[in-house]
Design a protein around this ligand. Structure first.
Ligand code: ADP
Ligand code: MG
Length: 353
C-alpha cells in the first residue's frame, strides 16, 4: 500500500430516483437514504437532505418545499442534485476532507451527457480523485451475482421509483436495453387516482406508497401460493419470523373527502389495488417483452434457460414475478436484496478500481 492509498477511500454510489445508497470499501453500505432535498422557498436554502427531508414530503408548510431532484430519471435541478450528492459523499467519508476517494457512480442508461458531466463534476468537487460512471443495469446485474463477463445472455430488470431499466448483458457489456420513465412512482399515482375516482377521497403520495407496499400486488396467485405454503406444517420463515405482513389483504385508510373536505375513513382490498396498478404493471411487462424480442437468438436462448432477474424496490411488489412469468413464458427470479443490488454492484466495481 502506497502513501497515497492510505488517504484514498473507494466508494460506490447508487444514485437512485427514490433512494441513494453508498458503499464504502471494507465497510459495505453505510448510507441508505431517500433521494430527497427540502428547501426553504423564501431563502432558497437547503434545510434537510435524505431521511429528514423525506419526512417533510407531503406535509411541508408553504415555506418549505421537499423535492426529489432525480424523480423522472433526469436531473430536474442541477444545483439541488449537487447539494444532495455532496451531502451523501460527505456522510460516507465522515467529512474527513483530506481523504480523497475513488468513486463509482451508477446512473440510468438514459441520462444525457450533460447530466453525466454534471454528476462527475460534483464528485470531483466533493473530493474524488477518480470518478467512474457505470450504467445502472450493469451494476444491478453484478450486485445480483449474475455472470456478466461470460459469453452468456443475462437479462436484468431494475424497477426503481422513477425509472425501469431493462437490459440484456453479455461479455461485460449491455447488448440491448430500454430505460422507461414508468416505475414505482407511477403505481403510487395510480393508487391515488383510483381512490379519488372510486371513493372521492384525497390521499397523499406517501400514503399511496404505503398502500402499495402493504396491499399492492400484480397477481392474485401470490396469495393463493402463500396460503398453500402456510397450510404446510412449517409456518414460519427460515429465520424464525412469520410473514403476516404478506397476508394483509385489507387496509383502513384515512384521507379527505374531496367534496366536503371532511376527514374520511375507508377500507381498501388487495384486489382493488391490483386493479389500480394493473396498467402500469402491464406497461412494464410489455417493455420487457419488446427488449426480449430484439435480443439476438443465441442470447435469447440463454435467457430461456436461465430466466430473468428482477431488482430495485419494484421487484418487491407482491406477485410481480408470477405475473411476468405468465406473460412472457420466461422464468423470473427476484434478486436477493433487490433494494441493494445496484449499490452492491457499484461496491464490487469500486473495489476493483
Ligand atoms: P431507485 O433506484 O429509483 O431509487 P429503488 O430501487 O430504491 O428506486 O426502489 C424504490 C421504489 O420501490 C419505490 O417506488 C418504492 O415504493 C418501491 N418499493 C419499495 N418496497 C416495495 C414493496 N414492498 N412493494 C412494492 N414496491 C416497493
Ligand atoms: Mg435504482
Amino acid at each position: 500500500m502506497g502513501f497515497f492509498d492510505f488517504f484514498t477511500q473507494k466508494i460506490g454510489i447508487d444514485l437512485g430516483t427514490s433512494n441513494t445508497l453508498v458503499y464504502v470499501s471494507n465497510k459495505g453500505i453505510t448510507v441508505n437514504e431517500p433521494s430527497v432535498v427540502a428547501i426553504n422557498t423564501g431563502s432558497n436554502e437547503v434545510c434537510a437532505v435524505g431521511e429528514n427531508a423525506k419526512a417533510m414530503l407531503d406535509r411541508t408548510p408553504k415555506t418549505i418545499n421537499a423535492v426529489r431532484p432525480l424523480q423522472n430519471g433526469v436531473i430536474a435541478d442541477f444545483e439541488i442534485t449537487r447539494v444532495m450528492i455532496k451531502y451523501f459523499i460527505d456522510k460516507a467519508l465522515n467529512k474527513k476532507r483530506f481523504i480523497k476517494a475513488n468513486i463509482v457512480i451508477c446512473m440510468p442508461v438514459g441520462v444525457t451527457s450533460i447530466e453525466k458531466k454534471a454528476v462527475e463534476d460534483v464528485a470531483y468537487d466533493s473530493g474524488a480523485r477518480k470518478v467512474k460512471l457505470v450504467e445502472e443495469p450493469m451494476a444491478a446485474a453484478i450486485g445480483a451475482g449474475l455472470p456478466v463477463d461470460q459469453p452468456l445472455g443475462n437479462m436484468i430488470i431494475d424497477i426503481g421509483g422513477g425509472t425501469t431499466e431493462i437490459a440484456i448483458i453479455s461479455l461485460g457489456g449491455i447488448v440491448e436495453s430500454d430505460s422507461l420513465r414508468i416505475a414505482g412512482d407511477d403505481m403510487d399515482m395510480d393508487i391515488r387516482e383510483y381512490i379519488k375516482l372510486k371513493y372521492k377521497m384525497d390521499i397523499g403520495l406517501v400514503t399511496a406508497e404505503k398502500i402499495k407496499m402493504t396491499l399492492g400486488n400484480a397477481s392474485k396467485e401470490y396469495y393463493d401460493k402463500k396460503h398453500r405454503a402456510r397450510n404446510k406444517p412449517q409456518d414460519t420463515q427460515e429465520d424464525g419470523s412469520s410473514d403476516d405482513f404478506d397476508y394483509v389483504q385489507v387496509m383502513e385508510i384515512r384521507g379527505r373527502d374531496i367534496v366536503s373536505g371532511l376527514p374520511l375513513k375507508i377500507t381498501v382490498t388487495s384486489d382493488e389495488i391490483r386493479e389500480a396498478i394493473a396498467e402500469t404493471v402491464n406497461n412494464i411487462t410489455n417493455a420487457i417483452k419488446r427488449v426480449f424480442e430484439r435480443t439476438p437468438p443465441e442470447l435469447s436462448s440463454d435467457i430461456y434457460t436461465n430466466g430473468i432477474y428482477l431488482t430495485g424496490g419494484g421487484a418487491l411488489l407482491k406477485g410481480l414475478d408470477i405475473y411476468i412469468e405468465k406473460e412472457t413464458g420466461l422464468k423470473v427470479f427476484i434478486a436477493e436484496n433487490p433494494l441493494q443490488s445496484v449499490a452492491l454492484g457499484a461496491g464490487k466495481i469500486c473495489e476493483e478500481m
